[in-house]
Each structure stands twice: as structure tokens, then as C-alpha cells.
Design a protein around this ligand. Structure first.
Ligand code: FPP
Length: 255
């Protein structure tokens, strides 16, 4: 870890987000700037996944959700999709022991039926092996889309209604949330998108309702502890109001 990162967390009492969600954007541009194929950027991005995950575990962040592959990413060139699948496969084979050592629980969220049988098995095994870990919950969104998540929740609720197990009047935000992909975790406090674009790109549409948004110009393979520290510093200065007025919030914090 860099000296800056260490110093920041020794001197500032951190107002830490419990849950951070990240769109890891800019891999392709990182590679193109170096006259390398786009896929080299995805490979380099693994280093940032490792660095940010371990920094979060060390700081005491409880959950980290990373957008690795969207429902729309299947439309990318076949070569790029197969390199990404190969990277997921190798990461699952190689990194699980490291996750276990670091007390990290892995969950994969998204439409897994789209992946090869082999990847589906590895995903299930990695989740089972790390299921008892509780230092950090690492959620990898793969073949995931915010709209897919909402549609899935709606479908499951409709099935319960059709089976006579649920009345339509009993459906409220809480019950809906319980059917979404991250139902067991607190909603993200901080959303980070790297790579300079300012979009949510069909990430956690339901879960980001009151999340603080932060955009970094760093390309994902360059995003390391110092960049995370900048995002956390910015987050610590925000006032979260959840639809209330500043005065109401200040009254609650003073009480
Ligand atoms: C977006 O950058 C990034 C992706 C679509 C893939 C992200 C995957 C990784 C970081 C590696 C695998 C991760 C895990 C968890 C094993 P982009 O290609 O859209 O970049 P661009 O905007 O510069 O084109």
C-alpha cells in the first residue's frame, strides 16, 4: 500500500461506506493508449480488482460489488468475450485460495445460465468455499443488468401471486427488494465509476436510489489505493439526506 493511502487513514477518522459499488471502466482505452489489444486492458484490470478488494477488506468496508460483465457486453466482438470468459475462469481457479486467506466471501450476481457449464460449476464452488467468510463480501456482477434484476424480482413475485402464496396488496418496496440480487446486503453507500464517463449503464438500478455517486477519470487498470482514498475522502464530505432537509439531518446527527 502506498504511503499516501496509509497516511490518509491514519490521520482522518474515516466515515466509511459500508458498501461500495464500482463500474470498472476504461480497460479498452488503457490498452489502446499502449497500442495493445483491448483484451490486454482487461488482463491489467485484474491487478486493480485485487488491490481494491484487499484495500476494502483492510479498511473494514463490508461489501464491494464490481461490475465485471453486463447483459449488453455479450454483444462485444467474439474474441473479446472469449478472453473475458477465460479471465473469469482463471481468476476463479487462481484467486479463491487468496479470498479464503483474506476472509472474503464471494458471490456472483447475474444471469448465470448464459455462462458455460464449466464456469457455472466453478462459480458455485467458489461461492461454497468462501461462504463462511465474513470480513468482506465481494460481489461480482457478471451477465448482470439492473433491468434484468428488476424483471427477475417482478417475475418471482408474480409467480408467488399466481401460486396463491402472496397477495398483490402485500407487495411493497421491502418485499420487492428481498427478491433482488443483493437482497441480503445493505444498499451501496458509494458508487464509483472509473474511466471518465458519467453514466450508470444499467448497473444496480434499484439499489442505487440513494447512493452517493463518484466519477474518477482514472482508467480502471490505473485505479489503485490512492484513487480509492480520493473517492473515500470525497464521500466523507457528503451529507446524505435521503430526501430530508439539511436541518433535519443535522438535528439527527447532533442528537
Ligand atoms: C469495461 O472497460 C470493463 C469490462 C467490460 C470488463 C471488466 C473486467 C475486468 C476488470 C476483468 C475481470 C474481472 C474479474 C472480477 C475477474 P471497457 O472495455 O468498456 O473500456 P473502454 O471504455 O476503455 O473501452
Amino acid at each position: 500500500m502506498s504511503a499516501d493511502f496509509e497516511k490518509y487513514f491514519q490521520t482522518v477518522p474515516p466515515v466509511l461506506p459500508a458498501h461500495i459499488a464500482i463500474i470498472m471502466d476504461g480497460n479498452g482505452r488503457w490498452a489502446q493508449k499502449r497500442a495493445m489489444p483491448r483484451t490486454a486492458g482487461h488482463k491489467a484490470g485484474i491487478g486493480s480488482v485485487r488491490a481494491v478488494t484487499e484495500a476494502c477488506a483492510r479498511l473494514g468496508v463490508q461489501s464491494l460489488t464490481l461490475f465485471a460483465f453486463s447483459t449488453e457486453n455479450w454483444q462485444r466482438p467474439q474474441k473479446e468475450v472469449s478472453v473475458l470468459m477465460e479471465l473469469f475462469l482463471r481468476s476463479l481457479q487462481k484467486e479463491v485460495a487468496r479470498l479464503e486467506r483474506n476472509g472474503i466471501r464471494l458471490r456472483i450476481i447475474g444471469d448465470r445460465t448464459q455462462f458455460s457449464e464449466r464456469l457455472q460449476v466453478l462459480m458455485a464452488e467458489a461461492e461454497a468455499k468462501t461462504a463462511a467468510n465474513d470480513r468482506l463480501s465481494l460481489n461480482i456482477a457478471a451477465s448482470y443488468g439492473g433491468r434484468w434484476d428488476i424483471v427477475e424480482a417482478a417475475r418471482r413475485l408474480a409467480e408467488e401471486v399466481a401460486a396463491g402464496k402472496l397477495s398483490p396488496e402485500a407487495i411493497d418496496a421491502e418485499r420487492f427488494h428481498a427478491h433482488t440480487a443483493l437482497a441480503e446486503l445493505p444498499e451501496p453507500d458509494l458508487f464509483i465509476r472509473t474511466g471518465g464517463e458519467k453514466r450508470i449503464s444499467n448497473f444496480l438500478l434499484w439499489q442505487l436510489a440513494y447512493t452517493e455517486l463518484y466519477f474518477s477519470d482514472a482508467l480502471w487498470p490505473d485505479f489503485r489505493e490512492q484513487d480509492l482514498a480520493l473517492a473515500l475522502e470525497d464521500y466523507a464530505r457528503r451529507q446524505r439526506r435521503f430526501g430530508r432537509t439539511s436541518e433535519q439531518v443535522e438535528q439527527v446527527t447532533r442528537a
